[in-house]
Design a protein around this ligand. Sequence first.
Ligand code: GLA
Length: 386
Amino acid sequence: MKEKLLQEFQKVFGRAAEGVYFAPGRVNLIGEHTDYNGGHVFPCALTIGTYAAAAKNDDKTLRFYSMNFEKLGVIETSLENMVKVAEHNWANYPKGVLQVLMDAGYPVTSGMDILYFGNIPNSSGLSSSASIEVLTAYVARELFGFEVDFVEIAKLGQKAENEFIGVNCGIMDQFAIAMGKTEHAIFLDTADLSYEYAPIRLEDAKIVIACSNKKRGLGDSKYNERRSECEAALAKLQTVKSIASLGELTEAEFEEIKSVIADPIKEKRAKHAVYENQRTIQAVKALKENDIALFGQLMIQSHDSLRDDYEVTGKELDTLVASALKQEGVIGSRMTGAGFGGCTVSIVKNECVDAFIREVGKEYLETIGYAADFYVVEAGSGPCTL
Ligand code: GLA
């Protein structure tokens, strides 16, 4: 990979790169739409992700090129005047991160030429954009030699997404990517960013991702809408209980005061946030106790809640999960990421993985009319220099 990227960099920019770098993608095992509600999440970084070959240049120009979007060619922008523009497409992510880094006072003192290559499927819900963000911050840190730790990189990535891109996402994706650890998932409390690594001991099972290939489209606006619905519900609950976020409530506490929300839709959204947070805490406990069956049951409940109360699944993801649950050797299955398209994550017994991919693939194609893609994945580590 390193050689290939170095050669490609030489070809595109006509000079040598200073280094080759990597940042992973992520999959969330449980704890969905809880990260902007002060709740817990349980994602892991993947071994697939985004690579970059990069070098500083002598002017104040940033030149970005992606081997995944060859047709867009080299995207150029001045370091001194960075704004989000539609035709810069994917390059708005690295632009946003560099702007946020500079705003925070990190010395990005010259332009850079950066070539990217990602092996995460685009718009799949495996966080290809957060991977680019974290990678870009890491590249700048390495090339300019300033100090910034990985938690800070995660926060800067989220800030870029919120302020530059305009998606009001939580911290989960950038945190999972920046702080990834091989064979572990990260149990993160988004209320205070305390976290703990939990080994993924699935023994005789594997993590299988099914990508619906439904592009998200309206997803980003729906995402912001869900977030506001939760905020509105929280504001109502705060009139009767002193809480800072939905993540502070147990199920019983929520049931006791929920009527104050006085809006059935917002009540459902808040219910999901509260119950999903408690499920996540329970799921991590189950995993630690080697109770994979319970972990799987909680994944299934998570999907049901995302479908019925949070309403972010859709026909494609529901078909994948319903079909998964019909197969032999499936311990759990749910949508992962923001929803509205993207992927599901399933835990499948080793000997059943081939049949799972074949059968779910067949049913999906018959029901939806186009194919899903499947990936058997492993938990990988955070950003690194190759
Ligand atoms: C997206 C966001 C995350 C998180 C998930 C849903 O991936 O970027 O912050 O909110 O959706 O859990």
